[in-house]
Design a protein around this ligand. Structure first.
Ligand code: KG4
Ligand code: ZN
Length: 365
């Protein structure tokens, strides 16, 4: 009979509490048996951003309920779990601690191994769970809390080519929505407005395109938008629907342009290594944006590179990605014990200099 490995994954590094169960049989592709995500939007909405203490408390209250729900979804008991994988950083420390403590309790109580996982590794390895893509591939991680280019060479081997030095693009979308009175999360609402607008009406800046390398900056974009909005309000006393749509379209075009041009640079570095199956994978909530996605797909076609994006539910924060990254580490023989620490910062690439950005969702590692 083929050997199976069943992993329970826990995620609590930001504002989603999640538990998932995956199973691998022999060397076959891993299957997701359950994936439960409980968001906290309504808890943080009155404050206009994630409040770390509220998030940590909610995680502590919900984690065991998510585990129970995941076990029910998978139709199994804790006795069938072979190892516990948990996000041990980077993220909001109170939330990460809640997850690590829950995982330690389960591991000690059940007498099964514990595997600490880097949250960003979870995102970066997801295309292997969904599409079994081979190393090395180029990953663009682009969400409300993260933005970086990584060459993924192995489950524990990442080279960061660059990233945002201030806001993440999702954060910029959310702030833009706030400035224009559109609902949160900002990404989908700005995109919907942008579809009715003229992307050329406002010449918003493309920060850092004039500098070499793959680093990006998005905070100046929001200031430019604020100025343009205030100028129109001063001139006409308010914004028309078309003004708002044009601002969204021009803002989205600027973000897409920066991401695409920096992707071309990142691809140049990656392709110079002659990968056997050149692939660009994107993950994170912003990867759902149709204009950005279309731009990246065009860049890939022009460079004869395969484009892949996991389904949205696995692009945004979830525990299946943590269980899968844990499985890869588990298969490589990695084990943690009760000394496993919760880490607010945990760069994937140990050799890359620290990024400066630290937005609403905490340190970006
Ligand atoms: O990956 P995610 O769920 O959470 C983390 O940040 O970890 O990403 C959420 C972010 C939000 O900022 C949201 O506005 C953005 O992704 N987003 C989008 C779109 N859908 C979600 N941004 C642009 N266009 C979209 N269609
Ligand atoms: Zn994330």
């Amino acid at each position: 009979m083929k050997e199976t490995t069943t992993i329970l994954g826990l995620e609590s590094s930001c504002d989603d509490t999640a538990a998932a169960i995956i199973r691998q049989t022999g060397g076959e592709a891993a299957q997701i048996l359950a994936s439960v995500v409980q968001g906290q939007n309504e808890l943080h909405a009155p404050f206009g951003g994630v409040v770390p203490e509220i998030a940590a408390r909610a995680h502590a209250e919900k984690l065991d309920l998510c585990v129970i729900e995941a076990l029910e979804q998978a139709g199994m008991s804790l006795a069938e779990i072979d190892a516990i994988a948990v996000t041990a950083g980077p993220g909001l420390i109170g939330g990460v601690l809640s997850g690590v403590m829950c995982a330690k309790g389960l591991s000690a109580g059940l007498g099964i191994p514990l595997v600490g996982v880097n949250h960003l590794a979870g995102h970066a390895l997801t295309p292997r769970l969904t599409d079994q893509i081979a190393f090395p591939y180029l990953m663009l991680l682009v969400s409300g809390g993260h933005c970086q280019f990584l060459i993924v060479r192995g489950a524990d081997d990442f080279t960061r080519l660059g990233g945002t030095i201030d806001d993440a693009p999702g954060e910029a979308f959310d702030k833009t929505a706030r400035l224009l009175g559109l609902p949160q999360p900002g990404g989908p609402s700005v995109q919907a407005e942008a579809e009715k607008g003229d992307p050329k009406r406002f010449a918003f800046p493309r920060p850092l395109l004039d500098r070499p390398g793959c680093d990006m900056s998005f905070s100046g974009l929001k200031t430019a938008l604020l100025r343009a909005r205030d100028a129109l309000v001063a001139e006409k006393g308010g914004l028309t629907r078309q003004d708002r749509a044009d601002m969204c379209a021009s803002f989205q075009a600027a973000v897409a342009d920066v991401l695409c041009k920096k992707t071309i640079r990142a691809l140049d570095i990656y392709l110079a290594e002659n990968p056997a199956e050149p692939t660009l994978a994107v993950a994170g909530g912003v990867a759902a944006n149709t204009a950005i996605r279309a731009g990246l797909e065009t860049v890939c076609v022009e460079n004869s590179v395969i484009f892949t994006a996991p389904p949205l539910a696995l692009c945004t924060d979830n525990a299946a990605m943590i269980a899968y990254a844990g499985l890869e580490r588990f298969n490589a023989g990695h084990r943690d014990d009760m000394t496993l620490m919760a880490r607010p910062r945990w760069p994937l690439d140990k050799h890359a200099p620290a990024l400066l950005g630290s937005g609403k969702k905490g340190a970006k590692a």
